[in-house]
Design a protein around this ligand. Structure first.
Ligand code: FAD
Ligand code: FES
Length: 348
């Protein structure tokens, strides 16, 4: 009789190359790892960004929300799960790319050395790190400051790796703690911290044409990839769709023009404005970037896109319907804490 009410016991989680520790029955892998001081990559904590994806090599987990909402078929087939959405049903072993591999992430102290408003809501922040860092263009770091006590936020490196300096483009989000601090309070000389590199958004090998799609601050990793590609004289043809609301929201245009002029193949840049007033003098493309996909798809081999999740989801759906293989679409979703999924509260 009493056996029916046996209390669930903690299980052991082993992170390859890091160590083993207990995970309480109601605890997620991510929360247990953070409790044990492991610098496990994460952002939304609600199953919306895949920042916490890790590969399960042994054992079974209970998923609070299905990883299939956010991970692609290949990741699922390879055994990837979401750390923030998984509780242990047995002892489990996982590997976390950012904590192993060629470029293991590390936390580095930094000082803000430049702050510049790129638009009314996007700030470029340049940091001097206490030691040099290396990353693949397209990856991101977890950025923190003692002034924001709710933890770190993810920001993509906005330029190829360059020793002790890193740059981020940070868009102010209404009600956002970190982006609000950056826009309104951060000052040159402030001490911050950068934990990276993280993420698997980067250029893949191939011969065919590429389509890049960026929205808002999603320009950051795209610029990093394209600038690095120019340095390496990549000659694949590129079409780059950059979505913004109005002409005043476009930025980085000089850098993009420099890339276009120095690109070894054909480079087409198409800015697309969704809310530019009629008669404003803008004679470029209007609407959503997805409206301009049909005429830009002819011989595309790979697609790289970055920005707000609704834009990426719409583009991804269109591209797959148009016949592009899911494995050739690479996306970095800029989710934030407003991302809602079924078990939002359970995961916090
Ligand atoms: C891989 C990755 C890379 C990214 N790169 C960039 C980049 O290069 N540039 C960039 O600008 N952004 C980037 N982001 C987004 C960035 O990490 C932050 O999410 C963004 O800056 C907002 O942080 P914040 O602290 O200002 O807002 P938060 O304080 O986290 O709030 C975000 C929104 O959620 C709401 N909110 C807060 N708490 C809750 C809650 N409990 N429930 C519901 N809603 C809530 C807030 O009102 C606000 O609208 C990236 C995200 C990811 C995942
Ligand atoms: S932190 Fe787990 S999906 Fe975002």
């Amino acid at each position: 009789m009493f056996g029916l009410f046996k209390k669930a016991k903690p299980h052991t989680l082993t992170i390859e190359g890091v160590g083993s520790f207990d995970v309480q029955p109601s605890e997620t892998i991510l929360n247990a790892a953070l409790r044990h001081g492991v610098r496990f990559p994460h952002s939304c904590k609600v199953g919306g960004c895949a920042t916490c994806k890790c590969k399960k090599t042994e054992g079974t987990v209970k998923e609070l929300t299905s990883a299939a909402f956010i991970l692609d078929k290949k990741d699922l087939d390879d055994g990837y799960i979401l750390g923030c959405q998984s509780q242990l049903k047995s002892d489990v072993t996982i590997s976390v790319d950012a904590l192993s591999g060629e470029r293991p992430a590390e936390e580095i102290a930094a000082t803000i050395v430049e702050k510049e408003a790129l638009t009314h809501d996007i700030t470029r922040l340049t940091l001097q790190l206490e030691k040099a860092t290396d990353y693949l263009p397209g990856q991101y770091a977890m950025f923190s400051t003692p002034e924001v006590t709710s933890g770190s936020r993810c920001y993509s490196y906005a330029a190829p790796a360059a020793g002790n300096k890193v740059t981020f483009f940070i868009r102010e989000v209404p009600g956002g703690e970190m982006s609000g601090w950056v826009k309104n309070s951060a000052q040159v000389g402030d001490k911050v911290s950068v934990d990276g590199p993280h993420g698997d958004f980067h250029l893949r090998s191939g011969q065919g044409d590429m389509l890049f799609i960026a929205g808002g601050s999603g320009l950051a990793p795209v610029l990093a990839i394209l600038e690095d590609a120019v340095r390496h004289k990549l000659s694949r043809d590129v079409t780059f769709l950059f979505g913004a609301r109005t002409e005043a929201d476009l930025y980085g245009l000089k850098q993009i023009e420099h890339i276009r002029q120095n690109w070894s193949g054909t480079f087409r840049f198409v800015p697309v404005l969704s809310q530019e007033a009629e008669g404003s003098g803008w004679d470029g493309a209007r609407g959503l970037v997805t409206d301009h996909l049909p005429e830009n798809l002819n011989v595309i081999e790979q697609v790289y896109m970055c920005g707000p999740p609704p834009m990426l989801d719409a583009a991804s759906e269109y591209l797959q319907q148009a016949g592009l293989d899911e494995s050739q679409i690479f996306a970095d979703r800029f989710t934030d804490r407003s991302t809602n999924t079924i078990n939002n509260e359970a995961a916090r």
